[in-house]
Design a protein around this ligand. Structure first.
Ligand SMILES: [Zn+2]
Ligand SMILES: [Zn+2]
Length: 86
């Protein structure tokens, strides 16, 4: 398998979203998976590697409340989906 963008270059893997084969210059690591450039840009992970995102320490309390809000929203959404129509 060779890179779609660079013929003759062995592909390092395939895009996790569209499956396009790409070499390690074309694939971007995002959220633990490899994506091609266009998909990485779509996902908002196309930031250049030379400018890493600053690590902002998250307040544990804020993180907990965010988790709670997520759980509550998921519960409400789940109930609304599961409950039978009147
Ligand atoms: Zn892709
Ligand atoms: Zn390539």
């Amino acid at each position: 398998m060779e890179c779609r963008e660079h013929p003759g270059v062995e592909a390092a893997g395939g895009c996790a979203r569209c499956g396009k084969a790409g070499c390690r210059h074309c694939l971007t690591m995002a959220a633990g998976a490899l994506f091609c450039r266009s998909c990485a840009t779509l996902l908002g992970a196309g930031a250049p590697a030379r400018e890493p995102a600053p690590r902002v320490p998250v307040d544990p309390k804020k993180r907990m409340s965010a988790a709670w809000i997520g759980a509550v929203v998921f519960l409400i959404w789940g109930m609304a989906t599961v409950s039978p129509p009147p």
